[in-house]
Design a protein around this ligand. Structure first.
Ligand code: NAD
Length: 245
């Protein structure tokens, strides 16, 4: 039987939003699997990845420059993790400011398009590649007050499928990961404290707890590895059963 490996030795990877909680965990897991990782965030993240670069993923020029630099410094690219997300505006559409709506779409959705556009030529040069889009359970279902976030993540799920079809014959896969609530500063800030976040979000998940960043990193490693070689155009819901009800 062929070895379906989680080994990423020597593979060049770019992770966006790498200074955030899930991003850091993903970079650490890919690095531990042998990948050489360029960590991108609005300001170059410290102590994460082999190469740290400042890049606003909604800025086409900045994306082109950062991807070119990452590819040059890592000696090629074959993994892209689109993980960056803007702060989530909360409220119904009469309460969400146009600028906040636009920012959510520009970072969460257009950012993934721009990064994919810049990375695919590097994948082609190597004859293989994988794009992992970090979506959300709220791209599948929604909840009051999250119109911009949910719409951006639903769009990202759709973008994943089209990317998969467009590049299937080029040995380039496109997959997505949809976390449920994960214990991060994102939900701690929303709830006020770690305890309040667990109390608020755990009951929404049939498993009775929120997710851990390490669980998202493990799912990400599977999806970008050869073990998931036949997985493309698909989403992995790592949501503790949130969407199963
Ligand atoms: N935390 C959760 O409960 C949860 C649940 C479902 C999905 N997610 C998704 O997982 C991903 C990571 O979430 P997190 O909790 O680590 O969030 P986070 O807010 O800690 O990290 C997001 C990172 O993206 C960066 N970022 C924002 N705008 C950017 C831009 N224009 N260009 C580059 N970087 C930018 C931020 O600076 C931040 O470091 C996001 O896509 C989020 O939507 C998170």
């Amino acid at each position: 039987m062929a070895d379906l490996s989680f080994d990423l030795t020597g593979r060049g990877a770019v992770v966006t939003g790498a200074g955030g909680d899930i991003g850091r965990a993903v970079v650490a897991r890919l690095t531990a699997a042998g990948a050489r990782v360029a960590a991108l965030d609005l300001t170059a993240p410290e102590d994460v990845g082999e190469v740290a670069l400042a890049c606003d993923v909604s800025d086409a020029g900045a994306v082109e420059a950062a991807v070119a630099e990452a590819a040059a410094r890592l000696g090629g690219l074959e993994i892209l993790v689109n993980n960056a997300a803007a702060p989530t505006p909360v409220g119904d559409v009469t309460q969400i400011a146009p600028e906040a709506w636009a920012r959510s779409l520009a970072v969460n959705l257009t950012g993934a398009y721009l990064m994919s556009r810049a990375c695919i030529p590097h994948f082609r040069a190597l004859g293989r590649g994988v794009i992992l889009n970090v979506a959300s359970q709220l791209g599948h279902v929604t909840t009051p007050g999250r119109a911009a976030y949910s719409a951006s993540k639903a769009g990202l799920l759709s973008l994943t499928r089209t990317l998969a079809l467009d590049h299937a014959t080029e040995n380039i896969r496109a997959v997505s990961l949809s976390p449920g609530a994960v214990m991060t500063s994102r939900i701690i800030d929303q709830a006020g404290s770690e305890e309040a976040a667990e109390a608020a979000f755990a009951p929404l998940h049939p498993v009775g707890r929120v997710g851990r960043v390490e669980e998202m990193a493990s799912a990400a490693l599977f999806l970008v590895s050869d073990a998931a070689g036949f997985v493309t155009g698909a989403d992995l819901l790592a949501d503790g059963g949130y969407t199963a009800r």
